[in-house]
Design a protein around this ligand. Structure first.
Ligand code: PLP
Length: 385
């Protein structure tokens, strides 16, 4: 095998050649239930026919254009994004990955403000690289809202931006309290800073609203959007408000990247938003999330193996009790895989994340939950936790 992943590991599943909604097929005809939407990237399910169609049609017209050529579909997609983000009169730049959208937003902010610090919550994930990936101590303040409720120690006059990741990815689906987030947002803005929302994971309906920050009744100055925006196609976006743009000096900011504002990516983003709207997928996400959570809570009560169920919409986490002799989550993981259900245990945690497509079918949900219950039932009768 001549392929590794970017962290150097061999790939786990062989010859996956086709996918439809939440099902992956290998070349021997086996099928797997994908409850993570790839890497949380396909809110409409794999190979949604409307996305496949617009990719095909736009590819025949123009895939890439270059920095300076406006195409109407870019403007249309930008209009939709500014509308659903609530940013309104701003502007958008289309990029290629979630990391890029966050890093671009942070660098843009750095070019505008002399203030030395970025503020973020501990246990958030922002980017694979750059200022937001490395987060050097002399430029970043990380606030641990789960262990330290004092924001009194933060010198907000030195904070250029609060970068808010509403799902706390490394904290595995923990949602900071609304009043705390609002307090921080107000303090940052009162002191002349801005708010950047990292919506790479929580965006595009994942939590039952378009964006995770909408659970907090705030509108950011910049929204960094990725993953679900392309439903598997690599397009991301930084939606930037007028408040930021009015202070922006293009001669002081250099950011060159060949695939910005490609018409193909904008076309896909535009269609993803239209489908979520037309098919009422935000409502469906809320309803499906409640249905899954209720059954998970029931399983938790019955068998005493699960420690906690957390979630919003279809961004859910199942945390298992710790056990001295073995990892419960690992055993559940292996048994689920025998049933061809893919749910990845988070390394170093007794936690699964569950981020299925918003379009997941009831039969797939029941197949997963019935198997999970029977696996947990077996474990609960064989060990004392
Ligand atoms: C919350 C969050 N932000 C940013 C990123 C980076 O996105 P990408 O992997 O598309 O660069 C991720 C990726 O998992 C993420 O979960």
């Amino acid at each position: 095998m001549r392929i590794i992943n970017s962290t150097g590991h061999e790939l786990k599943y062989d010859n996956i050649v086709r996918a439809q909604n939440c099902t992956l097929f290998d070349d021997s005809g086996n099928s797997y239930l994908d409850l993570e939407s790839g890497i949380w990237c396909t809110p409409l399910g794999h190979c949604h026919p409307r996305i496949t169609r617009v990719i095909s049609e736009q590819s025949a017209k123009m895939i890439h254009s270059g920095y300076c050529y406006l195409n109407p579909v870019m403007d249309e997609a930008a209009g939709r994004i500014l509308d659903i983000t609530g940013i309104g009169d701003g502007k958008c730049v289309f990029l290629c990955s979630g990391s890029e959208a966050v890093e671009y937003s942070v660098k843009l902010c750095r070019s505008i403000f002399d203030k030395p610090y970025f503020l973020t919550m501990k246990n958030c994930y922002l980017s694979a690289y750059g200022l937001s990936g490395e987060r050097p101590d002399n430029e970043w303040i990380e606030f641990d809202w789960q262990n330290d409720d004092s924001i009194a120690r933060i010198d907000f006059s030195k904070v250029a931006a609060f970068i808010f990741e509403p799902g706390s990815s490394l904290g595995l689906v923990n949602f900071p309290p609304k009043d705390l987030v609002q307090q921080i947002v107000n303090r940052v803005r009162d002191n002349g800073g801005i708010v950047i929302a990292n919506e790479v994971t929580t965006g595009m309906g994942r939590t039952g609203k378009w964006f995770g920050y909408q659970h907090y009744d705030i509108v950011p100055d910049i929204a960094a959007i990725g993953k679900g925006l392309g439903n598997g196609y690599p397009v991301s976006c930084a939606a930037v408000s007028d408040r930021v743009l009015s202070r922006f000096d293009p001669y002081k900011f250099h950011y060159a990247q060949s695939h910005q504002n490609d018409p193909l990516g904008a076309t896909v983003a535009n269609e993803v938003i239209r489908i979520i709207e037309e098919d009422n997928l935000l409502d469906r996400c809320v309803r499906t999330g409640i249905l899954i959570s209720k059954r998970l809570l029931d399983i938790k009560e019955r068998y005493g193996v699960i420690k906690e169920i957390r979630g919003r919409g279809l961004m859910l986490a199942i945390e298992f009790m710790s056990c001295d002799s073995f990892s419960v989550a690992e055993v559940v993981n292996e048994k689920l895989l025998e049933k061809k259900i893919i749910l990845v245990k988070r390394p170093g945690h007794e936690v699964f994340r569950l981020d299925p497509a918003l379009t997941i079918e009831l039969s797939d949900i029941n197949y997963f939950l019935d198997n999970l219950e029977s696996i947990i039932k077996d474990i609960s009768t064989s060990v004392n936790l």
